[in-house]
Ligand binder design. Structure first.
Ligand code: APR
Length: 248
């Protein structure tokens, strides 16, 4: 009887159009906490849910800027881990065509993957919540915004004096590139979800759009709502799976 891992290996060998859907769990081994895992940010601390609410941010921007600075620098200083390198290898083998990620840490791009859809944005830009002016990360204003955040101050827009926010998607905002992600998922012959609880809309709907002939594989330390539909479910650390698959 083939193990789940053997079946996954067979699926990878046979696939020519793999799509990966990743979440915070792929970055925990890079030192970035997830949200709903055993040591997740949301576990027993509903204060954190307010941190990424756009309504709360509009009313209390100083709450965000007093609490996000440490996480910002932890994310910016993080490096890709074996899970990220596993997906980079799959791209180099011509098998992985796109990564759809819910993560804002940019670690898939840092690992060298070239086709990454960042549904929830990233920390490379700030945006003004009044005039939507975008501040790119190589500008003086970006550096000034980082300095303000380091002093737990609220950065303001140089054009309209509105409040600046990192260009990440807060609860209550539309995600980026959802149509594009949907199109990509429908092209997959194998959808690999890694390190995501698959409970946050709309990313959580994506696995339901795979072609009827496509296979779903879930690599996650804890159960997800899609486990029954998956061809393979591995309740295991992604680094351990990457090691055992021996394709790195
Ligand atoms: N290997 C495998 N699975 C892991 C690992 C690991 N090294 N570390 C954590 N996990 C699992 C956890 O058990 C958890 O089920 O990854 C999952 C991460 O789930 P969440 O914390 O809910 O993160 P995610 O699915 O990305 O959340 C989606 O919610 O708060 C919002 O915008 C935020 O993008 C985030 C979205």
């Amino acid at each position: 009887m083939n193990s789940e891992l053997d079946i996954l290996m067979e699926l990878i060998v046979k696939s020519s159009h793999i799509v990966a859907l990743t979440g915070a769990g792929i970055s925990t081994n890079s030192g970035i906490p997830d949200f709903r895992g055993p040591n997740g940010l949301y576990r027993g601390n509903n204060e954190f849910e307010k941190l990424f609410s756009i309504e709360y941010f509009r009313e209390h921007p100083n709450f965000f800027y007093s609490n996000f600075n440490e996480m910002f620098h932890k994310i910016k200083n993080a490096n890709p881990n074996k899970g990220h390198m596993f997906l980079k290898k799959l791209e180099d083998m011509g098998k992985l065509k796109v990564i759809i990620t819910q993560n804002i840490d940019g670690l898939h791009k840092k690992a060298g993957n070239t086709n990454v859809i960042e549904l929830h944005g990233n920390l490379e830009k700030f945006i003004c919540i009044s005039c939507y002016h975008l501040i790119e990360n190589d500008t003086e204003q970006y550096k000034k915004a980082i300095d303000k955040m380091s002093n737990k101050d609220v950065p303001h827009c140089e054009k309209c004096n509105g409040i600046l926010k990192p260009d990440v998607v807060f609860f209550g905002e539309y995600v980026h590139d959802l149509e594009k992600a949907l199109t990509e998922v429908q092209k997959a012959d194998l959808l690999l979800t890694i390190g995501t609880s698959l409970v946050v809309y709309p990313a959580s709907t994506l696995p339901s759009y795979i072609d009827e002939k496509a296979k779903l594989v879930i690599i996650n330390r804890e159960p997800t709502p899609y486990d029954e539909k998956a061809k393979v479910v591995l309740y295991e650390d992604i680094d351990v799976i990457a090691d055992k698959l021996k394709i790195l």
